[in-house]
Design a binder for this molecule. Structure first.
Ligand code: NDP
Length: 333
């Protein structure tokens, strides 16, 4: 097959600890030697992409590198024989965009084991409004439902609510009939959260006083935490008897100090969520729900902002500072 040129973001270490993100021309010869080649129509920005773009070596070991843990598009060819040219597909997680060239590019080459057929009912763009964030939100909600959560139990707290995972979680829980208390550092975006279906919007600082307590007054039945760090344990301290928190993130930090009281006095469950190494069949199941019973329709449009590949560096910087709102969809067309 003849060599073709395409646009891609390239992150390079230009001085010790200083990383630049530029859009460059690459050729198909630069792609990794993986069987499924896809022409990308849409990608999206995630917090992990921001970490990769700004030199976090726990995410990306070697530079120059093309980040992007999400991509959707059409198969050009597949040497594994799994997909046919023209098949619409999406790719999220595994090593994609971490140490394998990722989705912030017009072309990608990936193993067939990383590729999910686009679920019927979703456009390529909608699949990237959701992306890893939507898959993770779906997994968090699924964890709560499996633990027995029902709307009658009381309010569900969602932290980092204006972020990608947070905003989709708010909309999905509201669609399922839950009363959502959305916690945010951006009170100026309260209208956005209310429009997504939040029952109430709380300032991030609401949780701060609980830091000095071993256990606090039970306020919420369930929670989804995208923030991690001390916030996660502050949330755990305030859950009602028998409740639980789906924990997926670390936007405020990876470490927290804990005690056993919420677990042994209230039977609280800490429910870990991973969307990256999850088996492909399980990912496909959640995608089918997101395209079916869990389709959040017009809320997807509210959550999305479309940007060009050239704008991606600027918006990744925003995510890196915790200033993102909703989901940024990179339109390659
Ligand atoms: P975003 O950048 O879109 O959202 C993160 C949000 O967290 C921000 O918008 C902000 O929301 C809040 N936040 C940021 N910094 C702080 C802080 N210092 N203290 C408290 N809150 C803060 O990220 P994503 O939605 O893409 O990802 C959210 C988290 O989930 C990340 O840590 C990411 O790594 C993780 N993740 C995990 C996955 C998994 O498989 N386990 C998959 C996908 C994401 P607000 O201003 O509203 O408070």
């Amino acid at each position: 097959m003849s060599e073709q040129t395409f646009r891609a973001m390239l992150v390079e270490e230009v001085a010790a600890g200083k990383y630049d993100q530029t859009i460059v021309a690459r050729t198909t010869a630069d792609l990794p030697a993986n069987p499924v080649q896809v022409v990308v129509s849409h990608s999206s920005l995630n917090y992990k992409d921001a970490l990769s773009a700004f030199g976090n070596r726990a995410v990306t070991r070697e530079y120059p590198h093309t980040p992007g843990i999400d991509a959707a598009g059409s198969v050009i060819h597949d040497n594994s024989g799994t997909f046919r040219p023209g098949d619409k597909v999406l790719v999220t997680g595994y090593d994609f965009g971490m140490n394998t060239a990722g989705g912030l590019a017009e072309r990608i080459a990936v193993p067939a084991e990383w590729v999910t057929p686009l679920p019927a009912g979703l456009t390529l763009r909608e699949s990237m409004i959701l992306g890893t964030a939507g898959l993770t939100a779906g997994l968090c909600v699924e964890k709560l439902l499996e633990a027995g959560a029902t709307p009658e139990d009381g309010e569900v707290l969602v932290t980092g609510a204006t972020g990608g995972v947070g905003s989709i979680t708010v909309a999905l829980l509201a669609k399922l009939g839950f009363r959502v208390a959305a916690v945010t550092g951006k009170l100026e975006s309260a209208d956005f959260l209310t429009a997504l279906g939040a029952w109430k919007v709380l300032d991030r600082e609401t949780l701060a006083p609980f830091a000095s307590k071993a256990i606090a007054k039970p306020l919420w039945a369930w929670a989804v935490d995208t923030v991690g760090g001390e916030t996660l344990f502050n949330v755990i301290k305030c859950l009602k008897y028998g409740g639980g928190v789906a924990a997926c993130g670390m936007a405020s930090g990876a470490q927290f100090q804990a005690n056993v009281f919420p677990f042994i006095l209230r039977g609280i469950s800490l429910l870990g969520v991973d969307s990256v190494e999850l088996p492909l069949a399980k990912k496909a199941e959640v995608w089918e729900k997101l395209a079916g019973d869990w389709y959040i329709g017009e809320q997807l449009q509210r959550i999305a902002e479309d940007i060009s590949l050239e704008q991606a560096p600027e918006f990744l910087a925003r995510l890196h500072r915790g200033h993102g709102i909703g989901r940024y969809v990179v339109d390659m067309n």
